[in-house]
Design a protein around this ligand. Structure first.
Ligand code: SF4
Length: 249
């Protein structure tokens, strides 16, 4: 979440359809900055959720409360493209008095964008950040600088709360799961979300208390990969497990 001045902003979470994001801009101000509320930026704990809420939804609520009067509106991804917790967060925010626009990303708005970052070479945290930036700006001129590569490893999952887990992956790691769907412009495409390359050593990551743990666990078993989940920050034991898997595979 980057906020460059003291103006009002439009918050969003998940991957709202581009049509609804456009409508929000028309309604609340074309020039207002769009900020991603999913991302941990050190907002104080609002204390409004229980401790077993997934950390990403906790970020959404904490960031909204932190920004408070500066939020012109929140565009909430409440469809299959996110999870039920997104829908519940939208409800809670509305109850708290925030202006909320809901978005369900329908299949007939699915895109078929090239998977430049998912199949390219480069630091994994940078490529995942670049993918998430395309939610707001799909033109993304940076894509041209990325070179494709043969994968040595795979990362499957959502952008984690703590990006340090991504730093242990080699630059030749390909991206799968929901993050890949975001790059393609198909955030509710379950078939694409479950695709991984056969035989590729892949780490299946999910936030703790997330429904995607079921998918990650199942897919890791089916593909002989490594399943990991973590809640807030990654600890040494998780990092060592991932590092060992990468080294030995
Ligand atoms: S990590 Fe899982 S539970 Fe949390 S917001 Fe994302 S999809 Fe929903």
């Amino acid at each position: 979440m980057k906020i460059s001045n003291n103006e009002k902003v439009i918050g969003y979470f998940g991957f709202p359809s581009r049509r609804i994001l456009g409508e929000a801009r028309k309604r609340y101000g074309e020039r207002l900055e769009l900020v991603d509320l999913d991302v941990a930026v050190g907002a104080p704990d609002s204390g409004l959720l229980n401790t077993t809420t997934c950390r990403i939804i906790a970020n959404v609520i904490d960031n909204a409360v932190y920004l408070s009067g500066r939020l012109a509106a929140v565009v909430a991804d409440v469809g299959e493209s996110k999870c039920d917790r997104g829908r519940h967060a939208a409800f809670l925010l509305r109850e708290m008095g925030f202006e909320v626009m809901e978005s369900r990303f329908p299949r007939d708005e699915f895109e078929n964008r090239d998977l430049i970052y998912s199949t390219g070479r480069g630091p994994l945290p940078d490529r995942i950040n670049a993918i998430m930036d395309t939610v707001v700006d799909p033109t993304d001129p940076g894509r041209e600088a990325v070179t494709s590569c043969e994968p040595t490893h795979g990362f499957w999952g959502v952008p984690p709360n703590d990006f340090r887990i991504l730093e242990v992956f080699p630059e030749t790691t390909h991206i799968f799961g929901w993050t890949r769907c975001v790059e393609a412009g198909r955030p509710g495409d379950l078939e694409m979300e479950c695709y991984v390359e056969e035989g590729l050593p892949t780490v299946f990551f999910a936030q703790s208390f997330c429904a995607k743990q079921d998918l990650a666990h199942h897919l890791a078993g089916r593909n002989n990969g490594l399943y990991v989940d973590c809640h807030r920050s990654v600890n040494h034991s998780i990092l060592s497990k991932v590092e060992a898997f990468i080294k030995l595979s």
